[in-house]
Ligand binder design. Structure first.
Ligand SMILES: [Zn+2]
Length: 338
């Protein structure tokens, strides 16, 4: 690269018209007669900040400087970043592609890559951390949301027998599961699945479905579906993955720590994803089919809990149920279509 301009000598008002020659990392300043004025390495030369309308001047370590006659001269920079930026500015198409593809890439990572990684890694998580997590969740639930069940012990026994015998019939390990009963004003008619195989049935749910044991069973099998598919562990891994992406984007390490420590409790607040609910529904329907119970009993269960909202004064129950089991209408339609 050769550039014509004016050379300003160090500590003097003397100038001369000169030419700069840049070869690789070397810079030479020559007078118009071809005499060598200065020879140096590029890394010892400072480039002035680009100011529109003014040429980029070069300042040498001895205090002398060079100002090109052409205003549009831009010096090649040593920094990789500025070289990339320069290339990008010269290539608007590439810039647009990057601007469009970055959000697409993040979207792809969050909704495809991370859920897939979560699904395959969740299976590798041993029982011990699941038990530890469930113990913590259970303590939180008992402290904040649960009261002793008021359902009479005969009914409880009937439900237990039905549940555990069904697990046997389905070839599932009954030792992996523990069915617990609680009254909860906050959760209303609800059923919860903890990562270690604990399933909690609320008095509200039993009262709604006690006369329809097949429907009650279908709700329990939906929860078994969450456990068999490791949904809560997948949810934790996913929130960790998303947390890592955001930490990478915004550099917020503190935020990541909060996600890690809060993901257990977050499980109670955030619902399973739509896909996970549908997967659990499918598990319930397939299991019911194996023991010759029609899927209509499950649809009935969903509609019964859903119809709660029409009764005056019980709107909150519906909201609470829907908050942990959203998209009921869509799910009912999907189960009908199975
Ligand atoms: Zn569910």
């Amino acid at each position: 690269m050769k550039v014509q301009g004016t050379y300003y000598f160090s500590n003097s008002s003397k100038t001369c018209s000169a030419e700069i020659e840049i070869i690789g990392k070397h810079i030479k300043v020559l007078t118009s007669d071809g005499d060598l004025v200065l020879e140096t390495e590029r890394s010892f030369v400072k480039i002035s900040l680009s100011i529109p309308g003014l040429p980029d001047s070069l300042k040498f370590s001895d205090g002398s400087s060079f100002v090109p006659s052409e205003k549009s001269v831009r010096w090649p920079s040593d920094s990789l970043l500025s070289r990339i930026a320069e290339r990008l500015m010269n290539n608007l198409t590439a810039l647009i592609i990057i601007l469009v593809s970055t959000p697409l890439l993040i979207w792809f990572l969050m909704f495809t890559v991370i859920p897939n990684i979560a699904e395959s890694t969740a299976e590798l998580i041993p029982q011990a951390p699941k038990s530890l997590l469930s113990k913590g969740l259970m303590e939180h639930l008992e402290e904040n949301f649960f009261l002793s069940s008021e359902i009479d012990s005969k009914k409880i026994e009937t439900i237990e027998t039905l549940f555990y015998e069904t697990l046997d019939d389905l070839g599932l390990d009954r030792k992996k599961y523990l069915l617990l009963f609680y009254k909860s004003d906050y959760l209303g008619a609800n059923a919860l699945a903890l990562p270690d195989g604990t399933i909690i049935l609320t008095d509200g749910m039993i009262e709604k479905l006690i006369s329809y044991p097949d429907s009650l069973l279908s709700v329990l099998l939906h929860e078994v579906g969450h456990i068999e598919n490791n949904h809560s562990i997948r949810l934790i891994i996913q929130s960790l993955g998303v947390g890592i992406i955001f930490t990478y984007l915004v550099g917020d390490i503190q935020g990541l720590a909060e996600i890690v420590s809060g993901s257990g409790i977050g499980l109670l607040q955030s619902s399973f994803s739509r896909e996970m609910e549908i997967e659990a529904d499918r598990f319930s329907v397939v299991s019911l089919d194996k023991i010759n119970i029609p899927k209509e009993r499950f649809i009935f269960a969903m509609e019964t809990i859903d119809s709660d909202g029409d009764e005056p004064g019980s709107n909150s129950l519906l909201v609470k149920y829907l908050s942990t089991h959203p998209h009921t209408e869509e799910r009912i339609q999907l189960v009908k279509d199975l």
